[in-house]
Design a binder for this molecule. Structure first.
Ligand code: HC1
Ligand code: SF4
Length: 576
């Protein structure tokens, strides 16, 4: 331990700690901008300057390591003026469109400028103007708003191991961007949106589909249906100041009815159907021994990752579409027929915790109903904004039930929304089909709590199913290398692209602000996943094959899982 004095107060900190750590221990708040706890290598913005006894220049506290006896001052007039100048320099090369910016009121540059009372900027020089890249159906890049904090580089390279960004050019022209400033569309970006979650400004944000949905709602010729992803029910409350992980299913349904949707359905019904299809596929593969392990395919970020980096595994991906797309194809066929509505007049919306779902809905093969199966995808953020726009506070609404016939889901469908859930939901059905007994006490909790984990499910004396789960594509790489090297021999593998617990930590979720935002998101996955487990616990039926509405779907329309009709409507193939 070493002893340091900050603003006259002495504190003991570990050797190797920074001045920022020492100040934090004393509850002295030094403002930071580029630094993100547990994620990036800071030191680029130099907003956290402090005065160090014996040093000629002010030093960035986030990278200055303490030594015994060090004396630091964080709040002298000189230090405060120096910080203001650093902020002014950043502002002098920043577009002033705050009122219409996607990050308005949730921008760390805006907040820090306000905190420092900046009204005028002394530097009136050249300003970089980079073109906006909005070609991706999921993400928008506005490089002129980049402050070169490197957070997107860290999350994309070190956590996701996709390596899309680096700092291009030098000095004044430098910017975090794909190589050769290509559009994200021309890179292997998997559209996971994790870079959006850490960007301190509006330089990275999701595509905005709210107006498309408002237009459909205003069109009397359209019958507008919405499906809600599992994770939305445990995160939309956060947009209204509710506690993290609050389960608000009934209030969410109420809010959507007030927004004006003609039918409010549950994507978890689609997840139950996926269990039937993907479970049947798994049983067929276990029987034939071909194309094992079977990998889940409901996460479009993971599918894109597999297509781009591991094309040799494409036959191992389940051919079943995701719950979003299964639901979309059924809404414009099964539901249209049952309700007597021309499918061309159905406008199908989904609300997802994810931006990759926007990309998935627009994949050209997602049109097996004869037209685009899902017309618009709203993230949790966009949905929260729409609800607020009509002056509703979700917390004060009464609870309402989903509509029939695609609104009832079992506990299996609900747990899809957090890591290990797709695996557990599928195994609940597969185990029962193969043994005639209920899968009790399947301990996937440990799988949920770790980055990547494995388990053995014993069917009887001679048979077992070896499973593994990974969250985040960086962890998926490690798992895949074990499979490809022959080190591991799995039958069934779940991958979710988002590292903070799968969909509950998706790139479309509410965005926090501040240097603990990444750490908070990782931590909050537990409360969000607990909300889904609570919902599972409240369900009378916990296995997909006992969902009466799913049974009715097969009896009256699809005939059988993985049969001819479901193969045409609900399955797909992948491209490298
Ligand atoms: Fe997901 Fe899924 S669980 S992918 O995480 O399989 O986004 O919530 O909707 O489609 O059901 C997301 C969540 C979601 C699909 C389901
Ligand atoms: Fe990287 Fe994901 Fe951002 Fe694409 S969306 S650039 S893969 S972090």
């Amino acid at each position: 331990m070493v002893s340091v004095t900050v603003d006259g107060q002495e504190v003991e900190v570990e050797e190797g700690a920074t001045v920022l750590d020492a100040a934090e221990k004393l509850d002295i708040d030094i403002p930071t901008l580029c630094y993100l706890e547990d994620l990036n290598e800071p030191g680029s913005c130099r907003v956290c300057l402090v005065e160090i006894e014996g040093e000629e220049n002010y030093q960035p506290s986030c990278v200055y390591n303490v030594t015994d006896g060090l004396e630091v001052r964080t709040n002298t007039p000189g230090v405060i003026e120096a910080r203001k100048k650093m902020i002014e320099l950043l502002l002098s090369d920043h577009p002033f469109d705050c009122l219409t910016c996607a990050a308005n009121q949730n921008c760390e540059l805006q907040s820090i400028a306000k905190q420092h009372g900046i009204r005028d900027i002394d530097f009136d020089g050249e300003r970089n103007e980079f073109p906006v890249d909005d070609l991706s159906p999921a993400l928008v890049r506005e490089p002129s708003k980049c402050i070169r904090c490197r957070r997107c580089i860290s999350v994309c390279s070190e956590i996701q191991e996709v390596h899309i960004y680096d700092i291009n050019e030098r000095g004044f022209d430098s910017v975090a961007a794909p190589a050769f400033n290509e559009s994200l569309m021309d890179t292997p970006c998997i559209t996971c949106g994790q870079c959006i979650m850490v960007c301190p400004t509006g330089a990275l944000h999701g595509q905005d589909d709210k107006q498309k949905v408002w237009d459909a709602l205003a069109d009397d010729t359209k019958h507008v249906v919405i499906q809600t992803a599992p994770a939305i029910r445990v995160t939309i409350g956060e947009m209204f100041g509710m506690e993290v992980g609050s389960l608000v299913t009934g209030k969410l349904v109420s809010a959507l009815k007030r927004v004006g949707f003609d039918r409010v359905f549950d994507d978890c019904f689609g997840a139950d159907v996926v269990v039937m299809e993907e479970g049947r596929e798994l049983m067929e593969r276990l029987e034939s021994g071909k194309d094992l392990p079977q990998f889940t395919s409901c996460c479009p970020g993971w599918v894109k990752f597999c297509e781009s980096f591991y094309p040799s595994l494409l036959d191992n991906l389940s051919s079943c579409k995701s719950p979003q797309q299964v639901f979309g194809a059924l809404a414009k066929t099964y539901y249209a027929e049952k309700a007597g509505i021309d499918p061309d007049n159905i406008f199908s919306v989904s609300t997802m915790p994810c931006v990759a779902k926007k990309y998935e809905a627009q994949r050209p093969e997602m049109d097996d109903s004869g037209r685009q199966d899902v017309d618009a995808v709203l993230t949790t953020r966009e949905l929260g904004e729409m609800i607020k726009q009509i002056g509703i506070d979700i917390e004060n609404l009464p609870e309402q039930e989903y509509d029939e016939p695609m609104g009832y889901a079992t506990g299996a469908g609900v747990i899809f929304g957090s890591t290990g859930g797709v695996m557990e939901a599928t195994l609940r059905t597969v185990y029962e089909k193969l043994t005639g007994e209920r899968l009790e006490d399947f301990e996937l909790q440990k799988v949920r709590s770790q980055d990547f984990n494995e388990a053995e499910v014993k069917l009887d004396e001679d048979r077992s199913i070896n499973v593994a789960v990974a969250r985040g594509t960086g962890n998926a790489r490690k798992l895949i290398h074990r499979v490809l090297s022959g080190e591991a021999d799995y039958d069934f593998v779940e991958v979710m692209a988002c590292p903070a617990g799968g969909c509950v930590g998706g790139g479309g979720q509410p965005i926090y602000s501040g240097r603990d935002r990444w750490a908070r998101m990782v931590e909050d996955r537990v409360a969000r996943a607990d909300g889904l487990l609570k919902s599972d616990g409240r369900k009378d039926i916990k296995v997909a094959h006992e969902n009466p509405f799913v049974k009715e779907l097969y009896d009256s329309f699809l005939e059988k899982p993985h049969g001819e009709k479901s193969q045409k409507l609900l399955h797909t193939s992948y491209t490298d």
